[in-house]
Design a protein. Structure first.
Length: 251
C-alpha cells in the first residue's frame, strides 16, 4: 500500500442551489500531557485558487457547542432531569435517593443463608457516574438531600464494586450510551444484576461479622431502613471524585 495522497469525497445537501467555499479553519493543538486546545481562523482566498489561513483566536466552549449544533443540525438543549448532578463530554453523574428496592444475590452456599436470595431492602442515597469509555462508578451519600459538589462520599456497600467505586460489569448488559436520557436504564442494569462477592480489599461496611453478615441481616429484615451508620467514609467530596472519574484503579 502506498503512502501517497488520498482523495477525500463528501456531499453537501441544501434546499436549493448553493455553492460551497472555505470560510474558516480550526487548528487543534495537543500537549505531551494529553490536554488540548483549539483556535479558529478566518481564511483568505488567493487569486490562484489557494487559500491562506489568517491569524486565529482561541475557540471557546460556546463556539464548540454552536459548531456541533450547526454540523449535526440537532437541538442541543432539552429538559434536565432533576436527579442529574453532572454532565460533560466524558461523563454523566446522577443521584438515586434512599429507597426500598429489590436486590439479588448469588453467592457461595451458606454465606447469605442460601445460594440465591432476593428481597426488597433499604438502600442509601447513591451517586452513579457513567463515562463515555463505558466505565461505571457508584458511591453512597448520607441523608435524603440532593448532593452538591461538597457532599461527602462513602463507599457503596455493595458486592461487585471495587475500592475506587468502579462497578465490575461482568456479563451485565449496559445501555448503549452514557446520557441523561438513559439514567433509569443504568439504574436497572445495576439493581437487577446478581451481586456475587465483595471486590474490596478493605472494609466494605462497619458491621460486626463483615459484609456477608450485614447483607444476611438486611435480607432477613433486621434493618427495615438502610442503617447509614455502617457506611465507610472515602474522605473525599463529590466534586473531588468528579475531577477525574475515569482515573481510579479498580484493584
Amino acid at each position: 500500500m502506498s503512502a501517497g495522497r488520498q482523495e477525500v469525497r463528501f456531499t453537501v445537501s441544501e434546499e436549493g442551489a448553493a455553492t460551497v467555499q472555505l470560510s474558516r479553519a480550526i487548528l487543534i493543538y495537543a500537549t505531551k500531557g494529553g490536554s488540548s486546545f483549539a483556535t479558529v481562523h478566518d481564511v483568505a482566498a488567493q487569486p490562484n485558487g489557494a487559500a491562506t489561513i489568517l491569524p486565529g483566536r482561541p475557540m471557546t466552549a460556546f463556539a464548540v457547542a454552536r459548531l456541533a449544533g450547526r454540523l449535526t443540525k440537532r437541538r442541543q438543549g432539552g429538559f434536565i432531569p432533576d436527579r442529574l448532578l453532572y454532565r460533560d463530554s466524558g461523563a454523566v453523574a446522577w443521584w438515586v435517593p434512599p429507597t426500598q428496592r429489590r436486590i439479588w444475590f448469588r453467592c457461595e452456599e451458606g454465606k447469605l443463608g442460601g445460594a440465591e436470595r432476593s428481597e426488597v431492602v433499604g438502600h442509601p442515597g447513591l451517586v452513579f457516574c457513567a463515562t463515555a469509555s463505558r466505565k461505571w462508578y457508584v458511591w453512597a451519600v448520607k441523608g435524603g438531600a440532593r448532593p452538591t459538589e461538597g457532599t461527602k462520599l462513602f463507599r457503596a456497600p455493595y458486592f461487585n464494586v471495587w475500592e475506587s467505586g468502579q462497578i465490575c460489569v461482568g456479563n451485565v448488559d449496559l445501555p448503549e450510551r452514557a446520557t441523561a436520557e438513559k439514567i433509569e436504564e443504568w439504574n436497572n442494569a445495576f439493581f437487577d444484576s446478581w451481586f456475587t462477592h465483595p471486590n474490596v480489599h478493605q472494609e466494605l461496611v462497619h458491621y460486626r461479622g463483615g459484609s456477608y453478615a450485614f447483607w444476611r441481616d438486611m435480607l432477613d429484615g433486621k434493618h427495615p431502613a438502610f442503617p447509614e451508620r455502617v457506611l465507610v467514609s472515602l474522605d473525599r467530596s463529590l466534586g473531588e471524585a468528579m475531577q477525574q472519574p475515569k482515573g481510579g484503579r479498580h484493584d
